[in-house]
Design a binder for this molecule. Structure first.
Ligand code: SF4
Ligand code: SF4
Length: 256
């Protein structure tokens, strides 16, 4: 039996050990803190920008997630209302990560991003760890350290990394919003309905990061919501939001 099917159901303990298979380093866009994104660009890597938002009146967000989501979002004008945009800068890894060597070792192991240190744990407190949803092979869940006991992360070092990642999301969001503005990124998907994805030119991103660091007090510009579902778009429009159903081509809409 695949141990991933029984973990967390037959038992209240999840054990894990990394097998070093390298799957989590292949085909995954790795979320980065703003500092890590700057480093990634400085090292010659490419960054993908993923955006989702919800309305101030809560459309797009279950009530129990309001607190976590608001703290990592930036309130911006959107038509006659306000939207809260959450922006992820991620290492663009359509194939193997640029730092993965032929022996499946990380060439920047000592300074690898926070998310690489946290995987396979979830950072969002509203997403439970589901081994089936992870890339780790079945044997990774058969033994090893106790990762979770009765829904609690046992390793204080791991918990500290997760908290650091959450705090970076909160600390970075305003500057990430300004960087997006400077790159002409102004359209978000509705949270729960999809993401908009942008692949900015690396030198333009580098410039926008530098300009934002030099002027963090710039005013926040208006954003638009990309929604292709007519009924949902009508609901958002009635709430005062500025909505579009088509991309002008400078981003992709990844719908759920
Ligand atoms: S930076 Fe290292 S650990 Fe992170 S995805 Fe790339 S190879 Fe893997
Ligand atoms: S996919 Fe899981 S087992 Fe494989 S290297 Fe990544 S963390 Fe380790």
């Amino acid at each position: 039996m695949d141990p991933r099917e029984t973990v967390n159901s037959a038992s209240d303990t999840t054990r894990f050990h990394c097998t070093g298979c390298g799957r989590c380093c292949t085909g995954h866009h790795v979320p980065l803190t703003l500092g890590e994104a700057q480093q990634w660009v400085d090292d010659g890597g490419q960054v993908i920008v993923l955006v989702e938002a919800f309305l101030a009146n809560g459309i797009g967000l279950p009530a129990e997630q309001q607190d976590h989501a608001r703290r990592r979002s930036c309130a911006v004008p959107c038509g006659d209302t306000e939207a809260y945009v959450a922006i992820t800068f991620a290492a663009f890894n359509p194939g193997p990560c640029r730092n993965l060597d032929a022996e499946l070792r990380c060439m920047i192991y000592e300074r690898r991003p926070l998310v690489c240190r946290i995987y396979p744990m979830e950072i969002n407190p509203h997403i439970p760890l589901r081994p089936q949803a992870k890339d780790c092979p079945p044997e990774a869940w058969e033994d090893g350290e106790v990762l979770i006991h009765r829904e609690r992360v046992l390793d204080p070092t791991l918990m500290e990394l997760i908290e650091r990642s959450r705090q970076a999301d909160r600390d970075d969001i305003r500057n990430k919003t300004l960087i997006c503005q400077r790159l002409g990124i102004d359209t978000s998907a509705l949270k729960g309905n999809g993401f908009t994805a942008y692949l900015p030119d690396t030198s333009a991103l580098h410039q926008a990061m530098g300009d934002t660091a030099a002027d963090t007090q710039a005013a926040l510009a208006e954003w638009i919501l990309h929604v292709e579902d007519g009924e949902l778009a009508g609901k958002l429009g009635s709430a005062g939001a500025r909505v579009t159903g088509t991309s002008a081509g400078h981003y992709s809409f990844i719908g759920f």
